[in-house]
Design a protein around this ligand. Structure first.
Ligand code: IVH
Length: 688
């Protein structure tokens, strides 16, 4: 059966269009059409090709996933070796590199460098003949790598055919395959949900995904590629500068990072390093340093290379974010809600720029999933300002006497029973306010800046107040006297008087602050504000809570039908409603509130929530918008009466998506919540 000409033309046109949109999306970062439109083009092409298989060309965008090789990967010899880079870790070392370069070039002026991120993935070489991708290979030992052609074809940002009229007859692009942070998080969540092993970091995930024998598995992994160099080439002239060649490669359709910059001299290099280090946490992909390359290709030629690495380039690495150390012991901390958190005591180790001797272990499930034991050698990670955590155990180094970690049966602080609800990750001390740890935690929370804001009431003081029995509940704070406080450690008459004054000042508060200060579980600042706006007074809230309590045991109702008065508030679901009801049902809590009001805690009447066209609607923001800061977008929505929430639920009206959206986007897709882009958001706030 021959293919009708009109169909052949349409197929060619679709291929052309899809390749063009891939280029807009992956190389220029400027998609022109929505994903749905792209999918439609793709489906149309797939349909034509399945009707007329003779239409299929090797560069067709439908042909990314090929068959599995019968045996392992074949070998590929790199005609031009894939070299490695010399590393340095300090300004001094970088300065001596620059000095050596200048000496060898015999010049005194500033050298022009091309500054690039050091992508944390794995190096690949992509060979194109007559413009078509014919081979993808790993670096291997630099001379011989593995043939991963079928797998690299599945990476959507890698062009299957070069753009432009006269592509080089032979061209090897070199660069890094990596997994963007967001994709890594999603992949690990999926793997964990299926009970499969998760990856320790995006680099391992990228390597593990690329080296899959089944290209269909690779295709399902969110891999990306950036080009940073080249190998063999025929049929082209090189330009004067490395950076120009990268620009040429971008025109052929290779993604080149927009973080690549030309800088002048050592000062330019140092500024680039500092800027990238600062922005590292917000980049959508992992980098472990920056790379400086002498930009002039003629100068590169003069400098030459050693057997291992070029003399014209150097990697300036960031301090490692992961290190190995030993887990000495596990201690259990009790928080204000009684939650027991395991804290790892570590042999001190320098990681992420600081010495770390504690790390969080989150909860028992996490410990079991990672199979962490006392005595183990563990990988500790500290990224940016994030709390250090244990990412993995080095099983090969497990000593014979490694001990399993067990959840204590009794609270380490007060000795009450520890309970862990069916299927719950978190175990809690059942001692309630009898437990000094919970009492201290709830007092500290009450006094914290965003709650009652009692300046100067810190951890050390609260410890003493509770241990002396002076403060049992938060209302006791208002009965303290200056002469009493002056007797405490490190307290003079002056600081005692100051503290009394800030306690006094805290009486003048707002209803949302007061509700938040009570420390009801799952009632954060935002929810406290909504409750205050909805009910207006404490009496009304209490009344609603007590009425709603009656629906709790009604098994004829679904959870979302229970607590109707509380669940009428945006953001409040069955779990938060239960906590509110229980809180107000306890005589003890109502007594503490009465005491607080009696000693003079008060607030101005609550302003009714602004009514507007979006009243009753709830939005969630994720990712960065181009023209609005997060606060501006929030204020714009709120001024129209909308509520802006931090988390996506079935009640969310829509999710507003900017660049690099987080897991909220997945959640919205899962729940079928509508997703708005920046343009749609602007229509919403400007048009309504
Ligand atoms: S250039 C001849 N540029 O770092 C120079 N490498 O430590 C070859 N890498 O194997 C490498 N980002 O996997 C170069 N912008 C960059 C890079 C980069 C990451 C990796 C690459 C290489 C390793 C060497």
């Amino acid at each position: 059966m021959s293919v009708p000409e009109s169909i052949a033309r349409r197929a060619a046109e679709l291929r052309e269009q899809i390749n063009y949109h891939n280029y807009r999306y992956y190389v220029l970062d400027q998609p022109e059409i929505p994903d749905a439109e792209y999918d439609r083009l793709m489906r149309e092409l797939q349909r034509l090709e399945s009707q007329y298989p003779e239409l299929i060309t090797p560069d067709s965008p439908t042909q990314r996933v090929g068959a599995k090789p019968a045996e392992g990967f074949g070998e590929v010899r790199h005609l031009i070796p894939m070299l490695s880079l010399e590393n340095c870790f300090s300004e001094d070392e970088l300065r001596s590199f620059d000095r050596r370069v200048k000496e060898r070039l015999g010049r005194t002026g500033a050298v022009r460098y091309c500054a690039e991120p050091k992508f944390d993935g794995l190096a690949v070489s992509l060979r194109y003949e007559q413009g078509y991708l014919v081979m993808g290979a790993t670096r291997g030992d630099g001379y011989v790598g593995e043939d991963v052609t079928q797998n690299v074809r599945t990476v959507r940002s890698i062009p299957l055919r070069l753009r432009g009229e006269s592509p080089p007859s032979v061209f090897e692009a070199r660069g890094e395959i990596f997994m963007p942070k967001a994709g890594f998080e999603i992949l690990n969540r999926k793997l964990a949900a299926r009970g499969e092993k998760t990856f320790v970091n995006p680099r391992n995930a990228a390597a593990g995904s690329l080296r899959q024998l089944d290209p269909a598995v690779t295709a399902s992994r969110p891999l990306a590629f950036y080009a940073y160099g080249w190998g063999e080439y025929q049929g082209i002239e090189l330009p004067e500068f490395h950076s120009e060649m990268l620009e040429q490669m971008r025109q052929w359709g290779f993604p080149v990072s927009h973080e690549v910059k030309v800088v002048q001299g050592i000062e330019g290099c140092l500024a680039y390093y500092m800027d990238m280090e600062k922005r590292r946490p917000e980049l959508p992909f992992e980098i472990d340093g920056v790379v400086f390359k002498v930009d002039s290709l003629a100068q590169q030629e003069i400098l030459g290379m050693t057997s291992r690495a070029p003399r014209w380039a150097i990697a300036h690495k960031f301090p490692a974010q992961e290190e190995m150390t030993r887990l000495l012991d596990v201690e259990w901390q009790v928080g204000r809600t009684g939650a027991l958190t395991p804290v790892a005591r570590l042999e001190p180790v320098f990681v992420g720029g600081v010495t770390v001797s504690n790390a969080t272990l989150h909860n028992m499930d996490e410990i079991e999933r990672k199979d962490i034991r006392i005595g183990d050698t563990v990988v500790v990670r500290r990224a940016g300002d994030v709390i250090p955590e244990i990412v993995a155990v080095v099983k090969q180094r497990r000593p014979a006497d490694a001990r399993k970690i067990e959840l204590p049966k009794k609270c380490p602080v007060c000795g009450s029973d520890v309970v862990r609800g069916e299927g719950e990750a978190i175990a809690r001390c059942s001692g309630g306010l009898y437990c000094p740890a919970q009492r201290k935690g709830s007092i500290l929370h009450f006094a914290s800046r965003r709650a009652m804001n009692i300046e100067g009431l810190g951890e050390k003081l609260v410890d003493q107040l509770v241990e002396k029995g002076w403060v049992e509940h938060v209302d006791d704070l208002y009965r303290l006297t200056a002469s009493q406080l002056a007797k405490l450690d490190r307290m003079g008459p002056k600081s005692a008087a100051n503290l009394i004054e800030s306690i006094e000042r805290s009486k003048n508060t707002t209803m949302p602050r007061f509700l938040f200060a009570l420390g009801i579980r799952e009632i954060g600042e935002a929810t406290a504000k909504l409750l205050a706006e909805h009910f207006g007074t404490l009496e009304a809230l209490e009344k609603a809570a007590l009425e709603d309590l009656k629906t709790e045991k009604d098994t004829s109702l679904k959870p979302e039908q229970r607590y109707p008065r509380l669940q009428a508030v945006p953001d409040i679901g069955p779990a938060a409603a239960t906590h509110i009801c229980h809180f107000f049902s306890q005589d003890r809590n109502r007594q503490i509130i009465a005491n607080l009001l009696n000693v003079g805690v008060h607030w101005p009447p609550v302003k009714a929530k602004r009514e507007g066209p979006l009243t009753g609607k709830t939005y969630v923001l994720t990712g960065a918008l181009d023209h609005w800061t997060r606060d501006e977008a929030k204020a714009a929505l709120e001024s129209l009466g909308a509520h802006v929430s931090e988390s996506v639920s079935k009640k969310t009206t829509a999710v507003i998506m900017g660049k690099d959206p987080g897991s909220k986007l997945d959640k919205a897709r899962q729940l079928g919540v509508p997703i708005l882009d920046e343009a749609a958001f602007e229509t919403l706030v400007k048009g309504t």
